[in-house]
Design a binder for this molecule. Structure first.
Ligand code: ADP
Ligand code: MG
Length: 253
């Protein structure tokens, strides 16, 4: 099994608050790794660290073997240039909780923006590829619509197509359905389920425990900045060994 993401000894503090407290985390290529845990436990901070949106105080992250945000120079960690970080980030898709499409751009323009700007893909080619991706997420009829004309579920599916347009090696999802009306959750989860079936490497922060049971290969339970428990869904979500995990899962049902 190839390792996609390694986090070792991650520490992140905000003032006196240790938000990540020596977190070790591994996500394997071709698998769905679900991160669950109470609000404030550090889930978003961990995802942001994987993307180097949140530099760590100590510890390190690698994605497909490459150190993220730093390089080792004469035995010391040195921050990479902004340009090198952007290049690394372009291999990592990120879908946020909030609906964050560019409001002044049409659906297809949202999807082609990054490939044209960061990868220099010719416009015609970017458009052809964007249309394929929009078909894949069931939005062929919305290519020329604007975000305000779409439901939340449709906007999140555009956000997924936009992430896929960079042909990422890894996609991070931060509670992709939590801003949606309940009846729109299913259509977004279906797209993620299809990506999982195609072997896409994904790390998904989610409160949808039923979805995690069904789709995740590996589940990590985070509490107060620490990994309390991890393993296959059959263990962590059905027969957790820690009282804290049982308590958390008990509150969700
Ligand atoms: P989760 O995603 O699990 O709800 P977060 O990673 O967003 O948790 O946040 C973990 C903790 O870190 C919370 O207590 C939050 O208030 C705090 N936090 C997150 N980002 C910042 C920030 N930029 N400045 C100060 N505190 C922050
Ligand atoms: Mg969060």
């Amino acid at each position: 099994m190839t390792v996609a993401v390694t986090v070792r000894g991650a520490v992140k503090t905000y003032g006196p608050h240790r938000v990540l407290d020596e977190v070790d985390f591994t996500a394997r290529a071709g698998e769905v790794t679900a991160i669950i845990g109470p609000s404030g436990s550090g889930k978003s901070t961990l995802l942001r660290a994987i993307n180097h949106l949140e530099p760590l105080d100590s510890g390190f992250v690698t994605v497909h073997g490459e150190l993220i945000g730093v390089r080792i120079h004469r035995g010391r960690l040195r921050e990479l240039s902004e340009r090198a970080i952007l290049r690394q980030r372009s291999h990592i898709g990120f879908v946020f909780q909030s609906l964050n499409l560019f409001p002044h751009l049409s659906v297809v323009e949202n999807v082609i923006e990054a490939p044209i700007v960061t990868q220099g893909v010719p416009k015609r080619e970017a458009i052809a590829r964007a249309k394929e991706l929009l078909a894949k997420v069931g939005l062929s009829d919305k290519v020329d619509a604007y975000p305000r004309q779409l439901s939340g579920g449709q906007q999140q599916r555009v956000a997924i197509a936009r992430a896929l347009a960079l042909e990422p090696k890894l996609i991070l999802f931060d509670e992709p359905t939590s801003a949606l009306d309940p009846e729109l959750v299913g259509e977004v989860l279906t797209v993620i389920r299809d990506l999982a079936a195609a072997g896409t490497t994904m790390v998904v922060v989610t409160h949808e425990i039923g979805f995690a049971r069904e789709v995740a290969d590996h589940v990590v339970f985070l509490d107060a900045g620490r990994v309390v428990e991890e393993g296959p869904p059959s263990e962590v979500l059905y027969t957790p060994s820690h009282e804290r995990t049982r308590e958390f899962l008990g509150k969700l049902v």
